[in-house]
Design a binder for this molecule. Structure first.
Ligand code: UDP
Ligand code: MG
Length: 308
């Protein structure tokens, strides 16, 4: 370990004004202990509070602090992307800016990385989040693992240390829908995870409400999996098989002369049932077409308004 090693820390900031000062102090202290040259990149995701003012004052005080101000609220994972693209450390740490990811744990992550890993992920030992949130997160990761065919672990989020090679690969990914953990999985490299402490929220409330969280979940599933489309096809095949069997049965009864005038109920039921399935499948395809449309537009993934 020596001063030539540069470690960047990418911090997406949204409504974190109360923690920034302390976060910065503690990060600089950790970097000093590691004897590394730090680069703290605070990415202000159009936070409605005073975060940007505080970042500016931190940057004025400490030469190691840099700030990016996004032109609007793009979302945590877009803020991370912006930070990664502007980082130039040999190692890059990505963490939340609300002090729930404990800065001192970087030491552990870095030491582990030096044993020959490109990626060291932080596994939150005891997640200090509400019961409901942990449930939701568990189901979400289960569903995502099933749909995307890769294993996601709810105790691992964005917090981790990443080698420059990994960061370069992620920055080069062209997709418009950014979800950091998926991109980390996709690029590969030699990776491991270690247990770290997770803190409870000291002030303020989560930037995510249920609507935002559900939207993010849907966005991620659509962006990183085409399994819903395949499930739709399977459903279609199943329907064809079932209705063929039904048709044969009816035909036999008709030939035998069993049918006089009935069928109102079955007719009506099948119309509604089939229409329901049709609309559902159309909806699923529609969602994907929407994603394609988004990518075809080729808009930038984020816009930096100001840099200090
Ligand atoms: N964040 C962001 N943009 C947003 C929402 C959140 O950059 O639109 C950042 C936020 O500043 C924090 C991290 O994402 O650093 C995690 O947010 P939060 O702690 O509110 O989420 P939770 O811990 O509840 O998952
Ligand atoms: Mg948090």
């Amino acid at each position: 370990m020596n001063q030539d090693i540069k470690i960047s820390v990418v911090l997406p900031v949204y409504r974190n004004e109360a923690m920034l000062e302390e976060l910065c102090q503690r990060l600089l202290e950790v970097m000093k202990q590691l004897n590394a040259q730090p680069e703290l990149i605070f990415v202000n995701d159009a936070s409605p509070d005073n975060s940007w003012e505080i970042i500016k004052s931190l940057a004025a005080k400490h030469p190691e602090v840099r700030g990016l101000n996004l032109s609007k609220n793009f979302g945590q994972h877009y803020a991370i992307s912006a930070g990664l693209a502007h980082s130039n450390g040999d190692w890059v740490v990505v963490m939340d800016a609300d002090l729930q990811d404990v800065p001192e744990e970087i030491t552990k992550l870095y030491k582990e990385a030096l044993r020959g890993y490109d990626i060291v992920l932080a596994q939150r030992q005891k997640r200090k989040d509400s019961w409901l949130k942990k449930r939701f997160s568990l189901w979400f990761y289960k569903l995502l693992s099933y749909l995307s065919g890769a294993k996601y672990d709810g105790s691992v989020a964005n917090y981790g240390i990443y080698n420059r090679k990994v960061v370069a690969a992620i920055v080069d990914l062209p997709e418009k829908n950014r979800y950091f953990p998926s991109m980390v999985k996709w690029v590969g490299f030699h990776s491991t995870s270690i247990a770290v402490n997770h803190a409870s929220r000291e002030s303020g409330s989560s930037a995510y409400n249920w609507k935002k969280r559900t939207n993010l979940a849907l966005d991620i599933i659509l962006s990183y999996s085409d399994k819903p489309l395949r499930l739709a096809i399977k459903l279609g095949v199943l329907m064809v098989i079932l209705s063929s069997a039904f048709a044969i049965w009816i035909l036999i009864r008709w030939i035998k002369g069993d049918i006089v005038v009935e069928g109102y109920t079955s007719l009506l039921l099948s119309i509604w049932f089939l229409s329901g399935i049709l609309i559902l499948v159309l909806g699923v395809s529609g969602l994907y077409i929407g994603k394609i449309f988004e990518n075809v537009k080729d808009r930038p993934t984020y816009i930096v308004k100001e840099e200090i």
